[in-house]
Design a protein around this ligand. Structure first.
Ligand SMILES: *Cc1c(COP(=O)(O)O)cnc(C)c1O
Length: 391
């Protein structure tokens, strides 16, 4: 009986996760997320594990904009964009995103996952080559997997300019070369060497795609992300990013690029031709989030102050933190079981931090990933550091 066979195989796979301590525990939150959150059955904890970098996820204006969007447009249009699913609020959001990141145009998707999934299958041709950083986000990897077989693909070593240049040299005969990188890498908290990558792409006439999901809102003095951090605004062919991190934290993603790129995606990308648009309530919330960032750049400054405070505290406590300019601070533990035990202990002490092990990071490089938010006040950080001191 195939059902019984599947059931046995499925259970065995799950038991394997239990045995290798890879089984994820899910915490249920009973309310909105800010500096703290309330976990069902546990109570209030300080949050050091969300991408809510600017504290906008429960901002009253962001919430109200979502309400307004829901009242005005309803829950949705039960349609994809080219039928009757394109709302005025989509255009408003997309104009706002393009203005914010400095591109001609932009297109929103229900998630950055879908935005990335749209890019390569739509834009890369059979005579092209795609060069991808080895630590790129899973959605980029899957996007490249969706491209037709004829397209050449290569993975270059993480942030390794020599390896990238080597691969640009060996693909010179290709019609079009694509270089794709995360702006900020989520497990390391490091940034790509953007100015050097831009220079290589110019020299070898390659198209550059940067996924700035962890950078947008959080990096650069006015929150315009990794390009602003490196003074390279307007120099990237295609930017993708999420609305589900600093920009309100609900969901949604975008591609920001030239009008030609956006028109091609509008006409041809499967995630927008065959799947609904981002809901009005999310589109309106995200647009409001960007407006708030433009109005209050001091949120980014507060995020940076919080990062400095917590890094200084970790240094004092003698933790092994990767240095980086971002709000992602990996504390290297090494052993996976220990990283997980430490994150459990922190939760008991009222601080929510996640431990990551294999296969998310290489074996022996398990870590606690601390993420800082502008929602935190100095006393939250002190309280959290007290908990770390008890480890
Ligand atoms: C979080 C993240 C995504 C996925 O974003 P969603 O909008 O949640 O799908 C894509 N790329 C990178 C680099 C990310 O960090």
């Amino acid at each position: 009986m195939p059902n019984a066979m599947f059931e046995a195989r499925g259970r065995e796979l799950l038991q394997g996760l239990v045995d290798t301590r890879q089984l994820k525990q899910f915490q249920y939150l009973t309310g909105s997320l800010g500096a703290t959150a309330t976990i069902e059955g546990r109570g209030e904890v300080i949050v050091l594990c969300s991408n809510n970098y600017l504290g906008l996820a429960n901002h009253p204006e962001v919430i109200e904009a979502g309400h307004e969007g829901l009242r005005k447009y309803g829950a949705g249009t039960a349609s994809v964009r080219f039928i009757c699913g394109t709302l005025a609020c989509h255009r408003e959001l997309e104009e706002t995103i393009a203005r914010f990141v400095g591109t001609q145009s932009s297109l929103s998707y229900v998630a950055c996952w879908n935005a990335n999934a749209a890019v390569f299958p739509t834009l890369a041709g059979p005579d092209d080559a795609i060069l991808s950083d080895e630590l790129n986000h899973a959605s980029i990897i899957d996007s490249i997997r969706l491209v037709g077989k004829a397209t050449e693909r290569a993975v270059y070593k993480h942030n390794d300019l020599n390896d990238l240049e080597q691969k640009l040299k060996t693909t010179q005969q290709k019609a079009c070369r694509w270089v794709v990188t995360d702006g900020v890498f989520s497990m390391e908290g490091d940034v790509c060497p953007l100015p050097e990558i831009i220079a290589l792409c110019r020299q070898y006439e390659a198209m550059l795609v940067v996924d700035d999901s962890h950078g947008i809102g959080a990096l650069g003095t006015t929150g315009r992300g990794t390009p602003e951090h490196f003074n390279s605004l307007g120099q990237i062919d295609i930017l993708t990013g999420t609305l589900g991190k600093a920009l309100g934290g609900a969901a949604g993603g975008y591609v920001a690029a030239s009008q030609t790129v956006i028109d091609l995606l509008l006409q041809r990308s499967r995630p927008s031709l065959f799947s609904n648009a981002v809901p009005a309530t999310v589109a309106c919330s995200a647009r409001k989030a960007i407006e708030i960032i433009e109005r209050e750049p001091q949120r980014v400054a507060k995020l940076n102050r919080n990062v400095q405070q917590i890094r200084a505290g970790f240094d004092k406590l003698g933790f092994d933190c990767h240095p980086s300019p971002t709000a992602i601070i990996p504390i290297m533990i090494g052993d996976e079981a220990e990283a997980i035990a430490k994150s459990r202990r922190l939760l008991e002490l009222g601080v929510m931090v996640i431990g990551f092990g294999f296969p998310v990071v290489p074996k022996g490089q398990a870590r606690l990933r601390v993420q800082v938010s502008a929602a935190l006040e100095p006393q939250h950080i002190e309280q959290a550091l007290d908990a770390f001191a008890k480890l």
